[in-house]
Design a protein around this ligand. Sequence first.
Ligand code: PBG
Length: 332
Amino acid sequence: MTQASYPATRLRRTRANGWSRAMHRETVLTPADLIWPLFVTDGSGVEEPVTSLPGVSRWSVDHIAKRAKEAVDLGIPCIALFPNTQPNRRSDDGAEALNPDNLMCRAIKAVRDACGNDIGILTDVALDPYTSHGQDGLLDEAGYVVNDDTVAVLVDQAVNQADAGADIIAPSDMMDGRVKAIRMALEMNQHPNVQIMAYAAKYASAFYGPFRDAVGSGGLLKGDKKSYQMDPANGDEALREIAFDIAEGADSVMVKPGLAYLDIIWRAKQEFGVPVFAYQVSGEYALIEVGAAAGVGDRDALLMEKLVAFKRAGCSGVLTYHAPRAAQLLNG
Ligand code: PBG
């Protein structure tokens, strides 16, 4: 600020009182901006805390239905489901993903029974919770994740989830061409209103560790996912990924992880003007929890500051394990 404008312009003037700060606030976060990810496990009446995700548990299907009702009561419009498949149901080809009675499908139906259409059910499409090797697709002899054969399976997985009642199909596999293939299959199988939220810009990130513990794929995974997930150094390539997914029929796109990629969220929103969602991933969540427990700062203040940043960057919403706590705080 130049000397000449002072004191005519005092940017502190509007900050002096709470009422004025509220009036001038540019970005507002509401419970409707949140998507709550939930981990599903077998059995009944089961809660299994995930050690690397403090405060997050795997729940059996009966509990999942209760969590979904809580979401409705908190004003959270959508939940995302992730299965922890029993080891004996995992295989090289991830065939359990196509079982109409698998954990995911049973959870979808239980939530629908409990909540009707009061909640959106988002389901992840990728094979890693079902493969014995922890990769998201099918492997050739060299261990490379093959693209087109994987897409063929993902299409069937998506239709299986839609048949069970999923509202939003979220392919997180990063195969080329899968959005178009899934869109066509949904149309041909009487699911014209089932949405696709494409994990369009998904990076090969070090922040996914606790999630892999939660779905039980971490210990199985050999190598990394760099031949399909993106290089964290790339931004222009993310825009190309997003452009393709929109052209192929995505209703909304996701950037993942969240906080380290706010520039990608911003660019995607500016360039395409489509609904952009962020996935604040497991490692991001865990760092806040662990940091707060170590005295770095107030947990609630830390998490709310990060969530509002996603909105400021242009997000329509955020997939976050903090969703229930954030909604509680927002509801006062
Ligand atoms: C599976 C998938 C992953 C996450 C969401 N879907 C893990 C991975 O790609 O290895 C990570 C989410 C998180 O860390 O919270 N394709």
